[in-house]
Design a protein around this ligand. Structure first.
Ligand code: HEC
Length: 151
């Protein structure tokens, strides 16, 4: 009965090692999380990507470039993305987010001559949701408006 006993020890050693690895990797995670006071929600990360994407669109439209950067499919996750503030009712948020995605679809299906107007509708939709649920980034969002395009 020598062999099974050795095997058992091996198994135990293996689990101890596994435990140590997991334990130390978790500790590292905690340490790096502490540096950022509040960990970013899934929605916050998505919003930042949308903002940078709008910066690129604004550049293309103001310089009359014909090719727009492709629509990032991950934007479609917006209605169900985890939010920092669960206070806003899920249904209400989903409704607004779906309306917003609809404005994106309109831009990507618009004729070249209608793109500026379609882009401005996206930014208006950003602003109207933010005015009601999250006024913090409004200044940053208003900077996304086209210089050549009204308001
Ligand atoms: C349906 C409502 C809604 C729409 C539309 C919307 N946002 Fe947001 N946005 C939010 C909410 C809610 C947050 C807070 C995210 C969180 O912390 O979970 C947020 C956060 C942000 C932030 C801060 C992200 C950070 O670093 O914490 C920026 C910047 C932003 N949005 C830009 C935009 C832009 C640009 C658009 C339009 C392209 C837009 N948003 C459209 C609801 C919306």
């Amino acid at each position: 009965m020598e062999l099974p006993l050795k095997m058992n020890r091996l198994v135990i050693v293996f689990f101890i090692l596994l435990f140590l690895i997991l334990f130390f990797s978790c500790r590292e995670n905690k340490a790096s999380e502490n540096k950022i006071a509040v960990p970013s929600s899934e929605l916050a990360v998505l919003m930042r990507k949308m903002t940078t994407h709008c910066d690129s669109l604004k550049f293309c439209l103001e310089n009359d470039l014909r090719r727009l950067p492709a629509f990032p499919p991950e934007f479609n996750k917006m209605p169900i993305a985890k939010r920092t503030d669960p206070e806003i009712r899920q249904e209400a948020f989903e409704g607004l987010a779906k309306y917003h995605l609809n404005t994106w679809e309109k831009l990507y299906t618009a004729k070249i001559s209608d793109r500026k107007e379609a882009y401005s509708t996206i930014v208006r939709s950003c602003i109207s949701c933010h005015e009601s649920v999250c006024p913090g980034p409004l200044k940053r969002i208003k900077a996304l408006k086209l210089n050549s395009h009204g308001e």
